[in-house]
Design a protein around this ligand. Structure first.
Ligand code: PLP
Length: 502
């Protein structure tokens, strides 16, 4: 042996000893797991008795104080930091009282799936190395395609969320239309003003910020008016422009409005336009036979986006895109690299997820969909969606009884409403009202502006939201209302000023 090699080996073994800290042994794994599991048990037991929202965000700065380069720290200390600085301040999204925006989920079974995905670190980007994880993703995509009524020949991808799924679809739509940079300022996109902003973002990120956009008028329920769409397409053609893409909504984020998808699909077919449907919020309601007619036409889209981290109650980090024409999706996303050459030739089983998405390496998302779906079966998912529709109707009726003015009739699980005070600015009153409910914190509702009116907004979609949560939300509203009526200076600056000076 070379005289240096003993010293060399000793140095390597020293490094190994230090590196082994990254690979805890069985006993240590047990100890770490008990700490994490203990925290989860503590959080989830009696979660509804904890606040849904905390105004006090002062503990957040402790994250910086602890720093990132000053470990090791004991797991108990780190979990306590996580609890105080992350879980408690602001919104607790896994709380039943999360009634704001579009609530997310956090199914327990998915947390276990994420644990197993991370422990095995299965590779979900390329079929050759991760045949099972890719097969599982394909199975989930086939299941979703059946749910929305897409043909078996459709293709898709599990993405990080609705935004990246939308980008994936928009790029496919661009390639399918054969649009090149020189065409962009003649290409026209049609949508209502209520389409999710992530679609405008996707168009810009796809390099197509120069496309013309047409705002399609809506009916009293904020649903696209198909006749106006036809007229605008005809006018654009007459101008020599190139109508390209229609963006429909199966549930807008603002009010949950569902566009008349069937009639829009008909226009798109007749005019040769790509029809994309944003079903991030409403798509999974197609699991309900009685709701399917409300989504008629969804199955005629060229592409659509679903957000399992919303209406399938998964933890954040899973969106899905489905595209009817599988070639369009591959034309937009497939690439080749020499260092991956041995992954290509044996792809008898079909394309890899990396060939239909901007991502190569990605989180093994299919497992967090598959495990809860097969563990629980479809039925509890249906019941949970149905329950949310019923809770929405119930809430709608009850806020009306309390004397609130209501926004449009809900298509899905969002109710918008406002209080009209006897005098003074209704907008100021309702802004103060939503802030009053945030200070209370037992539930968390948000607000929106509809036709210049400041409206409160209740969205029932968190899987832990049940009848007692809705009753609590009504109590919180009633009490907040009483406080504001007893203290007009909280919403009328002139009254506040008069009290200060008087
Ligand atoms: C949430 C949402 C999106 C965006 O999806 P992300 O998962 O947040 O990226 C798009 N459209 C609608 C209707 C949504 O509710």
């Amino acid at each position: 042996m070379h005289p240096n090699s003993d010293r060399e080996r000793a140095r390597i073994l020293e490094l190994e000893e230090a590196a082994r800290a990254l690979d805890p042994d069985k006993g240590e794994r047990d100890r770490l797991m008990r700490a994490a599991h203990g925290f989860a048990q503590h959080l989830l037991s009696d979660i509804s008795k904890k606040p849904a929202y905390s105004h006090d965000k002062s503990a957040v700065e402790e994250i910086r104080k602890l720093g990132a380069d000053d470990g090791p720290h004991p797991i108990e200390q780190l979990i306590a930091r996580f609890d105080e600085s992350v879980v408690r301040p602001g919104l607790l999204p896994s709380h039943p009282g999360h009634l704001a925006y579009i609530p997310g989920g956090g199914l327990y079974a998915s947390s276990l799936a994420d644990y197993l995905a991370a422990v095995t670190n299965e590779y979900a980007g390329v079929r050759f190395v991760g045949p099972g994880s890719v097969e599982m993703e394909d199975l989930i995509l086939d299941w979703m395609a059946r749910v929305v009524g897409f043909p078996a020949t459709a293709d898709g991808n599990l993405a990080s969320g609705g935004s990246i799924a939308s980008l994936t679809a928009i790029v496919a739509a661009r390639e399918a239309a054969g649009l090149r940079a020189r065409d962009f300022d003649r290409a026209v996109v049609y949508a209502t003003p209520h389409i999710h902003q992530c679609l405008h973002k996707a168009i810009r990120v796809a390099g197509m910020g120069e496309t013309a956009r047409r705002d399609i008028p809506v009916d009293e329920g904020f649903r696209m008016c198909p006749r106006s769409l036809s007229e605008l397409v005809a006018a654009d053609r007459a101008q020599g422009l190139r109508p390209w893409l229609v963006l429909g909504s199966a549930g807008t984020a603002d009010t949950g409005a569902i566009d008349p998808l069937d009639r829009i699909a008909e226009i798109c077919r007749r005019e040769g336009l790509w029809f994309h449907v944003d079903a991030a919020y409403g798509g999974f309601f197609a699991l309900l036979d009685e709701f399917r007619p409300r989504l008629a036409g969804l199955e005629r889209a060229d592409s659509l986006v679903l957000d399992p981290h919303k209406s399938m109650f998964l933890p954040y980090g899973t969106g899905a895109v489905l595209v009817r024409n599988r070639d369009a999706l591959q034309d937009a996303h497939a690439y080749y690299a020499a260092y991956l050459q041995d992954t290509v030739e044996s792809e008898g089983g079909g394309r890899s997820p990396a060939a239909v998405s901007p991502e190569l390496t990605k989180h093994f998302r299919a497992l967090r969909v598959w495990l809860p779906l097969l563990l629980h079966g479809e039925e509890p998912f249906r019941a949970c969606l149905r329950e949310k529709l019923e809770l929405t109707k119930y809430f709608h009726g009850e806020v009306e009884k309390l004397g609130f003015e209501l926004g449009p009739e809900p298509d899905l699980t969002v109710v918008t409403f406002r209080w009209v005070p006897e005098s003074g600015s209704a907008n100021a009153f309702n802004q103060a009202l939503v802030e009053e409910t945030h200070r209370d914190g037992r539930v968390f509702m948000s607000s929106t502006t509809v036709k210049g009116k400041f409206m409160l907004r209740m969205a029932a979609l968190a899987f832990r939201t049940h009848l007692d949560t809705i009753d609590l939300a009504l109590a919180v509203l009633r009490e907040a209302l009483e406080r504001l009526q007893a203290h007009p200076e909280r919403w009328r600056p002139t009254v506040a000023a008069a009290r200060r000076t008087g």
